[in-house]
Write a protein that binds this ligand. Structure first.
Ligand SMILES: *[C@@H]1O[C@H](CO)[C@@H](O)[C@H](O)[C@H]1NC(C)=O
Ligand SMILES: CC(=O)N[C@H]1CO[C@H](CO)[C@@H](O)[C@@H]1O
Length: 188
């Protein structure tokens, strides 16, 4: 009798452990590889607004996926200019246009950009007790970087919402603190 109960408890625990292990495994997003940095040629890599530049010999992790999207997905908000001449580089991938710093627009990490399926759709961003609606116009490339096409900047982490000034303003973040903020977002 006692033996049986012990056995049943053990089986139950095993099921529980394997289930939670499986859940974690299913929801994880593993790196797809890494790239070796090169120093940017002179005059390359616009460090305006604290953009990072690749360094020779450093390795940078790449991702083709992002964490799963829920009704409230955790992310890191970063600052970007989608204007002509801004640190975003060329025009936005979704529409081939530049966007004013006064317009709430964002780029999403590769997994969330999802091959453009969120292009020109709105996302709701919440932080600091406020929400703002912003339009997806670009990809923050998690799969490549440290090359001319990416202005010698490292690949994007896989959990980034890269936002125009207008988004930061609407969230009421003091300008001194712009650059890196934990937020949550959802499809709106
Ligand atoms: C996105 O939001 C903007 C501003 O709120 C709105 O004008 C626009 O129609 C929305 N676009 C879509 C596709 O919902
Ligand atoms: C997005 C953003 O803040 N861009 C700014 C980067 O820095 C230059 C020069 O200081 C500003 O003119 C941009 O507006």
């Amino acid at each position: 009798m006692n033996h049986l109960r012990k056995g049943a408890t053990l089986v139950f625990l095993l099921i529980l452990v394997s289930y939670s292990y499986g859940a974690r495994f299913r929801s994880s997003c593993n790196p797809s590889g890494r790239i070796r940095g090169e120093n940017p040629p002179p005059g390359q890599c616009n460090q305006e607004n604290d953009s990072d530049c690749c360094k020779a010999g450093d390795y940078y992790t790449t991702y083709t996926c992002s964490p799963p999207v829920s009704g409230s997905t955790g992310a890191v908000l970063t600052l970007n200019s989608f204007q002509k001449g801004g640190d975003g580089g060329g025009p936005s991938e979704c529409d081939g246009n530049y966007h004013s710093d006064e317009t709430p627009v964002v780029a999403l990490s590769t997994g969330w950009y999802s091959g453009g399926s969120r292009c020109l759709k709105n996302v709701t961003i919440s932080a600091n007790g406020r929400t703002v609606i912003a339009m997806v116009v670009d990809e923050c490339d998690s799969t490549m970087g440290c090359d001319n096409e990416h202005d010698y900047q490292p690949p994007c982490p896989n959990n980034i919402v890269d936002a125009s000034k207008a988004v930061w303003k609407a969230l009421g973040v003091p300008e001194d603190n712009w650059g890196d903020l934990d937020i949550s977002w959802s499809d709106s």
